[in-house]
Each structure stands twice: as C-alpha cells, then as structure tokens.
Design a protein around this ligand. Structure first.
Ligand code: URA
Length: 209
C-alpha cells in the first residue's frame, strides 16, 4: 500500500490557512500556493540518494556529498497543477517539466485526458506529479495511468488538499505511488468539491470563474 503523508510543518500549515481563506485574492493565493509547494518538496526530498564526491575547496581536497540516483521531473496536471510548478523549480531548478492535461466533466465528474507532453527520458526520472486538489482521485489516477503507459516507474503525488475518498482511490489504483498532502479534509460535497477545502483551485490561481 502506498504511503499517505500529511506534511505538518508549521509553515506549511500556516500558509495553507492563508489560501483556504476566501478573502485571499489571486496574487497572494498564487504566491502562497507556490511557497507551500516549495516547502513540501523540501520535506519530500529528504530521502533522495546521495553519493560521495571528491572536490577541491580553496583549502584542499574534501570528500563531500552530491545527489545521485534518478534525475527529477515535475509533472503538473493541467491546469491547476501549474500553480505549484514554480515552487518546485525553486528548489530543483534543473528538473524537467512534463505536462498532462485533464479536464473534469462537470456533470459526470469524470476526468478526460487532452494533452500529454513529457521529457523523452521519463522512464529514467523520479517524477513529482503536482495537483493542488486530490478530490475524487479520478484525475490523479488517470495522470498516473498516462505516465505509466509511457514508461514512468517512479512517481510521487504532491497535493495541497486531499479528501479521504481521493486518497483511498489513488492508493487502490496505484499502490506504488506515495501521496503527500499539506492538509487532509473531511469529505467531498455532492458537486465533487473538497470540504472545507479552498474552493476551485484553478479559478483561485488564475482569477477565473
Ligand atoms: N478541484 C478543485 O479545484 N477544488 C475542489 O475542491 C475539488 C476539485
């Protein structure tokens, strides 16, 4: 079973409260969502593989650490996932960025894939799939399906707010993909929105309705 982790860091929790607040406008919402993504990636990358390397400092030679293992990529699920990419890239500026376009049918709530553009060596990379809201889990499951179909083997799903229903659905469908959230909420409402949540993440990020 995949791990589900809520990142309880005080800065993450404080910032999450800011973007939940309905009075927070687009500019601040966008900035703070990226700040949370940055902090989350800092926490999630604690276990990245390292290797020793010998370097020359101005004072002499030293055996020091550097990252080893798989290269990284961030894959936002469009469009709301875009609101977390800059935050991730602040810490991992060399990461490649893939995009997966999914839209949710407003009536059936079912996700549909309309765009997939990925780095060619996706099978060699560790992927951070980002999407602010893990609601029913439909989009995340389909995005992971799309990535696996194209050869990806190493993925983590990073969301701002999760609903228990979505966590269970992703864990059932993809027991090899660990999930990280800034908050775990109570439930989904009849329209598929997370309660208390933060509303429509895409609309709040981009100022649309
Ligand atoms: N997508 C959103 O943007 N918000 C929700 O609450 C659920 C899905």
């Amino acid at each position: 079973m995949a791990k589900f982790t809520v990142l309880n860091h005080p800065l993450i929790q404080h910032k999450l409260t800011i973007i939940r607040n309905k009075d927070t406008g687009t500019k601040v919402f966008r900035e703070v969502a990226n700040e949370i993504a940055e902090l989350m990636v800092y926490e999630i990358t604690r276990d990245l593989a390292m290797e020793d390397i010998t370097i020359e400092t101005p004072m002499g030679s030293a055996v020091e650490k550097q990252l080893s293992g798989k290269k990284l990529a961030v894959v936002p699920i469009l469009r709301a996932g875009l609101g977390m990419v800059d935050g991730v890239l602040k810490l991992i500026p060399a990461a490649k960025v893939g995009h997966i376009g999914m839209y949710r049918d407003e009536k059936t709530l079912q996700p549909h894939e309309y765009f997939v553009k990925l780095p060619p060596d996706i099978d060699q990379r560790q992927l951070f799939i980002v999407d602010p809201m893990l609601a029913t889990g439909g989009s995340a499951i389909m995005a992971i399906d799309a990535l696996k179909k194209r050869g990806a083997t190493s993925m983590r799903l990073v969301v701002l707010v999760a609903a228990p229903e979505g966590v269970k659905a992703v864990q059932d469908a993809h027991p090899d993909v660990d999930i990280y959230a800034a908050g775990l909420d109570d439930r989904l409402n009849e329209d598929g929105y997370i309660v208390p949540g933060l509303g429509d993440a895409g609309d709040r990020l981009f100022g649309t309705k």
